[in-house]
Design a protein around this ligand. Structure first.
Ligand code: SAH
Length: 235
């Protein structure tokens, strides 16, 4: 049977700040402060397998949507970009519910560490923690960057209509946490600026509290008009 022709094993596992699907940006590159470590697995975790990669600023990742794979695929989806109302075909979208649950992201290669196996530091990821990585390829600007390309129903970056502030309590918690996580403030600000709340919500949601899991933290915030006020960062 054709569906048994290909069996892929991951070449690595991604350790990402995103511990749940909620809040993850919809594409890579939007939140540069989302730094992840891609740990290569044996027998691929050898220096020679990444030789020459240090000359590239970005890499493509082909990965498994492991958290949603069991839910199968849907022929059409409602992209958040269209307000969650209009439907487009799965092959016209970056939906996670695909016939083969494979994702594709281009991310910034911030470092390569071969001191203990091989791990890559990647910035701007849109991947969940523990995502299995099936392949890594260098980003080739001459072939992969297409300045005249058309972006369909998503022609531009999503809006960042929201500004972010921190309550005095959150500010105190953040300054303690920043010793260990120097880019945490930037991560929270960039993430909330994209307003991760669901595309359709009722006005009665206005006063409620939201939470997103980053690393081992629960980041709590509420919306005050167009301002996301972070109220707490709790362990
Ligand atoms: N850039 C990729 C992913 C786009 S969809 C592509 O185009 O194929 C991005 C969404 O994938 C994120 O918002 C997150 O909710 C989801 N996601 C990321 N990693 C995942 C995983 N391992 N399993 C299931 N969903 C995941």
């Amino acid at each position: 049977m054709a569906d048994h022709l290909y069996t892929f094993e991951p070449v690595g596992v991604l350790h990402s700040p995103y511990r749940e699907k909620f809040g993850i940006p919809r594409q890579p590159g939007l939140v540069d402060a989302a730094e992840a470590r891609l740990q290569l697995l044996p027998p691929y975790n050898r220096e020679e397998a990444v030789r020459g990669l240090e000359g590239f600023s970005h890499v493509w990742l082909i990965f498994g949507f492991h958290a949603t794979a069991e839910q199968g695929w849907r022929p059409t989806v409602r992209p958040p970009r269209l307000g969650g109302n209009a439907r487009v075909g799965v092959f016209a979208s970056r939906s996670t519910f695909r016939p083969n649950p494979l994702g594709l992201s281009v991310v910034r290669l911030a470092g390569i560490d071969c001191s203990d196996g091989v791990s890559l530091t990647l910035a701007g990821v849109d991947l969940l923690d523990q995502t299995p990585i099936f392949d890594i390829k260098p980003y080739l600007p001459y072939a992969d960057a297409l300045p005249s390309a058309q972006g369909g129903f998503a022609p531009e970056n999503p809006d960042t209509a929201v500004s972010v502030s921190f309550s005095p309590q959150a500010e105190r918690q953040l300054s303690r946490l920043e010793a260990e996580r120097p880019r945490l403030r930037q991560l929270v600000c960039e993430l909330l600026a994209y307003d991760p709340r669901p595309a359709y919500r009722s006005d009665t949601d206005a006063s409620r509290d939201y939470g997103v899991k980053l690393y081992d933290l629960d980041v709590r915030w509420r919306m005050l008009g167009d301002v996301a006020e972070v109220t707490a960062l709790v362990l």
